[in-house]
Design a protein around this ligand. Structure first.
Ligand SMILES: Nc1ncnc2c1ncn2[C@@H]1O[C@H](COP(=O)(O)OP(=O)(O)OP(=O)(O)O)[C@@H](O)[C@H]1O
Ligand SMILES: [Mg+2]
Length: 338
């Protein structure tokens, strides 16, 4: 996950004619997408890459980080740089399930109830601060994510395609009131953690602000749509052709099985988690320009794909063990195929 070039965001300094998505090459279009996000977001490359991987895998993403590390900015920029529909829902304590999925509304003219689609009927839904809303409303979103449809009054209504949820939350210590139910966390393909920026990157953030960058106005920052659904389709068709050696499949299984032997865990990676790691490693291998998957691809995606699918025993947690440290240890112990 390499550092993309930090282009100046100021319109006068920005090359606005880079509609690189029109080359017809989906990998170039997605590279351009990453560069475009870099016009607004400094660093955070693993998170940027994770969002692209999730788009390719038709997965949903949970973004976690302390306040002010650009979680919202990152998803808003992604939505601007992609030619797809997008909506944002701020998850507040008083948000109702119908505010997300939609509801039946009585029409006095026709004397009938008609369905008013909620904001979930979009391509990229930014579910901001999902842990501030009560479980019932969270559940309505999680259900729509899983089923890719909304059922109100017994009638299933399919969601548009592509459909991806990018949900943000603060870490548990900062959390609001309602942590997501552990058992449903695996509906997210990836859990991406946005760290505080390095000193160098933070200076870069301030430099952009000093020269007029306004995070509320991405248009002026020069962020343009550079890729679209057709690029995602083309990319997925290429990814489907990738070969995965039997040793790689066995390696993924061995990693997941090793979590089942860890004394620190009360919940280990399920076969669903193993298939998720296969999917994300494939997408990453393709993004890296290869038509086969290496053990390093698997390693690169293991933490974001698996960290929310395991649960620590309270004793281990008290000793300072983290999901990531368990996974790191598994990665360093399980023999790597060559
Ligand atoms: N890596 C970064 N690149 C560019 N701007 C940044 C970065 N980190 C922080 N900022 C600045 O900080 C602002 C706050 O970011 P944002 O609102 O996206 O944070 P957040 O992580 O969503 O916070 P919260 O948890 O409070 O919602 C951004 O609008 C931007 O001005
Ligand atoms: Mg935010």
């Amino acid at each position: 996950m390499t550092e993309h070039d930090a282009r100046p965001p100021h319109p006068l300094l920005t090359d606005t004619a880079t509609d690189a998505g029109r080359t017809g090459d989906p990998r170039q279009a997605l590279e351009a997408l990453r560069a475009e996000i870099g016009k607004a977001v400094v660093g955070q490359d693993p998170a940027v890459t994770g969002l692209v991987v999730a788009l390719l895998c038709r997965g949903h993403v949970l973004l976690e980080g302390v306040p002010g590390v650009a979680k919202t900015l990152l998803v808003r920029t992604l939505a601007t740089a992609l030619r797809i529909g997008t909506k944002r829902v701020q998850f507040t304590p008083d948000l109702m399930p119908g505010d997300v999925t939609g509801s039946l509304v009585y029409d006095a003219r026709t004397a009938e109830f008609s369905f008013q689609p909620g904001p979930v009927f979009t391509n990229l839904l930014l579910a901001d601060e999902i842990n501030r809303t009560p479980p019932k409303t969270q559940a309505s979103l999680l259900e729509a994510m899983e089923e890719r449809q909304v059922s109100v009054d017994g009638t299933p209504r399919p969601l548009p395609e592509p459909f991806m949820v990018a949900a943000t939350q603060n870490p548990v210590e900062y959390e609001g009131t309602y942590p997501l139910p552990e058992a449903q966390l695996d509906r997210f393909l990836l859990k991406l953690i946005l760290p505080l920026p390095t000193r160098e990157n933070e200076v870069q953030v301030l430099t952009r602000h000093a020269s007029g960058f306004d995070p509320r106005d991405l248009d002026t920052a020069g962020v343009r749509p550079v890729a679209g659904p057709e690029d995602l389709d083309a990319a997925r068709a290429e990814i489907a052709k990738l070969t995965v050696a039997p040793e790689i499949l066995a390696y993924i299984v061995d990693l997941c099985r090793a979590t089942r032997e860890s004394p620190s865990l009360s919940l280990s990676v399920s076969p669903r988690g193993a298939t998720a790691l296969l999917a994300t490693a494939r997408a990453w291998a393709w993004l890296a320009g290869r038509d086969y998957v290496t053990p390093d691809d698997v390693k690169a995606l293991a933490l974001p794909t698996l960290r929310h699918r395991i649960q620590l025993r309270p004793e281990a947690e008290m000793e300072g063990v983290t999901a990531d440290s368990v996974l790191q240890s598994v990665l360093s112990h399980v023999p790597v195929p060559r």
